[in-house]
Design a protein around this ligand. Structure first.
Ligand SMILES: Nc1ncnc2c1ncn2[C@@H]1O[C@H](COP(=O)(O)OP(=O)(O)OP(=O)(O)O)[C@@H](O)[C@H]1O
Length: 244
């Protein structure tokens, strides 16, 4: 579904991505691990078309996305969701309102004009809040939710948006083990039930091993590890994280 060939990216003449190659099948759950500064976020931002590519080929469903004009790129990005480490939500709106806000492309113009989304949209959004176990928090302002709950609202948002690919940058950073498991389970559920392709930057190798179909390891701007369906060896952990 997605093929990356020789992706290069520099910031102020400093090479950060140094020739990245890999292919992804639809519906894969991929965790990207690597030491701080190895280029993980930059790679994600390039894959989500939030950064300009210096060089490379980006084939998605037969098109080279690097060659698209800005309008076509924007159109493409509408089908993808990018969840940042601190999920971007409106803290003064409830979880439900945040989710409805991401449904604008599906809500008729006149309903948007009068600010009333319609009963079906309401039920639909509540359905997704239930899927991530947050039905009881639907009417709370997201500014008052915990870090894990915010992540789960962001996941529900990605789902109702109809995202086909979700990029999530350290979704469990700073969470206690139980909340981290809930967030990862929600991502896995979305991946398995809705066939959404998930890319996830992780620092916790154990969680990556538990939830991902595939683990990519980055070191110094390159993919140095590509492992499927098994735990990493001590040597592999050391090669990307430089410890143990
Ligand atoms: N906008 C930018 N301008 C200049 N340099 C940048 C920019 N963004 C990232 N870098 C540099 O690129 C390198 C890779 O950064 P990146 O954030 O991709 O690493 P990372 O692996 O995600 O790190 P971490 O795990 O600490 O988040 C770092 O040296 C960083 O300083």
């Amino acid at each position: 579904m997605l093929v990356i060939k020789q992706l290069h990216k520099s910031y102020e003449d400093k090479p950060v991505l140094k020739g990245i190659d890999f292919a992804v099948a639809e519906g894969e759950f991929i965790c990207l691990i690597g030491a701080s500064g190895s280029g993980k976020t930059t790679l994600f931002r390039c894959l989500a078309l939030r950064e300009r590519w210096d060089r490379g080929q980006y084939l998605y469903k037969g098109n080279d996305l690097v060659k698209l004009n800005p309008l076509a790129r924007w159109w493409q990005r509408r089908d993808w969701a990018y969840i940042e480490e601190k999920a971007v939500l409106n803290p003064n709106k409830t979880a439900l309102q945040n989710i409805l806000a991401s449904r604008t492309k599906y809500i008729p113009f006149w309903r948007r004009l009068i600010g009333k989304p319609g009963v079906d949209e309401h039920v639909f959004a509540m359905d997704y809040l239930e899927k991530v176990g947050l039905l009881d928090q639907a009417k709370r302002k997201t500014g008052k939710l915990s870090g894990g709950e915010k992540q789960r609202v962001a996941i529900a948002k990605a789902l109702v948006q109809g995202a086909q690919i979700v990029f999530t940058d350290e979704p469990v950073s700073g969470l206690d083990p139980r909340s981290a498991e809930s967030v990862m389970s929600d991502l896995k559920h979305m991946n398995e039930k809705q066939k959404v392709t998930v890319f996830c930057i992780m620092h916790q190798v154990d969680l990556a091993e538990k939830f991902a179909d595939r683990i990519l390891g980055m070191a110094d701007g390159k993919i140095v590890l590509d492992v499927r369906g098994r735990r990493l060896t001590g040597e592999e952990r050391r090669s990307v994280l430089g410890m143990e």
